[in-house]
Write a protein that binds this ligand. Structure first.
Ligand SMILES: Nc1ncnc2c1ncn2[C@@H]1O[C@H](COP(=O)(O)OP(=O)(O)O)[C@@H](O)[C@H]1O
Ligand SMILES: [Mg+2]
Length: 423
């Protein structure tokens, strides 16, 4: 501890110094006989406690105090004013300016040592506080850095688990697209044949029109002949049926194209990255339908899907992230059903309803369920019961993060062994 004693009276200075030393007060005194010099010393040296006389000729203690208090560097310094009985009136001003304590001249030993020791303790604890604060700030910075890195890793994980899911789904999605593409192309073949028939019919009509000539009697017979052959052509080529069928084919093809477009749109939307912050109003049932479409090939051979939608109102959410949640839970359900190996078709039920201002989506399967010993672990990152290459173990932990942290919702599971699971 360094104490600076400022007093214009040399006798007082010496007396103060001796008192400090004689009473073993843990502080090294620096003496100074004017306010100006005091400011110079303060600028050059770290002082913990300042003993400051009020009445001094060139610069009063109050003036020094004002300067010190205007400077942030000295804000932790303990300042004790030295006052004689005559200048008590200025004490209030000193406290207003930020002095911590005062000592009355002539100095009374017990009071003096008590006040100095109190100042030392105050300075020590403010120093401790400062150090603690600095440490906290440092740790805080470190923590922020760690959090930032974690966030980066997390969004990377979300994206890579999504890509893994896309990889897993890719074959199925290709199949899903192939199906409608199959009948679109076969419809196209048929329609090409139909158009050919129409072309020929058109030519026959055209010829007929050209030959019609009402003024020449004998021409009538030829026209009639041609008309019969057109009728015959129409009958042989079943033009009435073709016209009917054409409507069906066009509608089928339109539906097929719509389906392919939807699958591609869903997949593209699902695959997008950097959409962490994108929140908007969305129809949850539409997101479920999109997810069922993408996962159709995973589920259709092993399970029926039963929908029970209440018609939820739009919800403010991140569409891609919620899609990721649905897809993982649906695929988990399909995996669970397949893992029974009974050959029987399973059932996946998707139910939506509102209850107490909550929007609830329930995805239930009748697979083997989840054993009691592991149900507490399924939301842990990297927990999986699947073979290497089959599951990353990240799906549900990411679902949990998306629902609970990002959407402030709840993700719950119930399961009875051999009866299935419900999320
Ligand atoms: N519907 C379900 N039925 C039975 N077990 C499930 C079901 N959903 C999840 N699980 C269990 O939870 C584990 C973790 O799931 P998840 O985090 O999606 O990772 P992964 O699917 O890659 O294994 C699965 O390995 C499985 O043991
Ligand atoms: Mg999974």
């Amino acid at each position: 501890m360094k104490i600076l004693v400022v007093d214009d009276n040399n006798f007082s200075l010496m007396y103060t110094k001796n008192t400090l030393i004689e009473n073993n007060i843990n502080a090294a005194p620096i003496l100074c006989d004017s306010g100006k010099k005091a400011l110079e010393i303060l600028n050059a040296t770290d002082i913990d406690i300042l003993l400051l006389d009020i009445v001094m000729p060139d610069m009063t203690g109050i003036e020094v105090l004002k300067k010190i208090k205007a400077d942030d560097r000295f804000k932790e310094m303990q300042i004790i004013m030295i006052t004689s009985v005559t200048d008590r009136g200025t004490l209030k001003e000193c406290f207003d300016l930020g002095a911590n304590d005062f000592i009355v001249k002539p100095i009374e030993l017990v009071e003096f040592t008590a006040r100095i020791n109190a100042a030392i303790r105050a300075r020590e604890s403010s120093e401790k506080l400062e150090n603690a604060l600095e440490l906290t700030l440092k740790q805080n910075r470190k923590l922020n850095e760690v959090t930032r890195k974690l966030k980066e890793t997390q969004s990377f994980l979300i994206q890579s688990e999504k890509l893994a899911a896309i990889g897993e789904l890719a074959a199925g999605v290709a199949h899903e697209i192939n199906n409608p593409m199959g009948f679109i192309s076969s419809n196209f073949e048929t329609m090409t044949k139909y158009i050919d028939k129409f072309k020929k019919l058109y030519q026959a009509y055209d010829h007929l029109l050209e030959n019609i000539n009402f003024t020449e009697e004998e021409n009538h017979k030829d026209i009639l002949q041609e008309k019969y052959s057109v009728i015959e052509y129409m009958e042989n080529n079943r033009i009435a049926y073709v016209i009917d069928d054409l409507d069906d084919l066009l509608k089928d093809t339109r539906d097929g194209i719509d389906r392919v477009t939807k699958i591609i749109q869903s997949l593209r939307r699902f695959g997008r990255s950097n959409v962490e912050e994108e929140f908007s109003w969305n129809d949850l049932e539409e997101i479920i339908e999109e997810s069922l479409l993408i996962t159709n090939n995973e589920t259709k051979y092993s399970a029926d899907i039963q929908r029970s939608y209440q018609g939820l109102i739009p919800v403010f959410c991140n569409r891609v992230q919620l899609g990721q949640v649905m897809i993982n839970i649906i695929i988990n359900a399909a995996h669970a059903i397949k893992s029974r190996h009974t050959g029987e078709r399973g059932l996946i039920t998707v139910k939506t309803y509102s209850e107490a201002e909550k929007h609830i989506i329930e995805i239930t399967d009748n697979g083997p369920g989840i054993r009691k010993e592991i149900i507490g672990k399924i939301f842990d990152p990297f927990f999986t019961t699947k073979d290497v290459g089959q599951g990353t173990g990240l799906g549900l932990s990411i679902c949990y993060d998306i629902i609970v942290n990002k959407h402030k919702g709840e993700l719950l599971v119930t399961s009875k062994e051999n009866m299935g699971a419900s999320f």
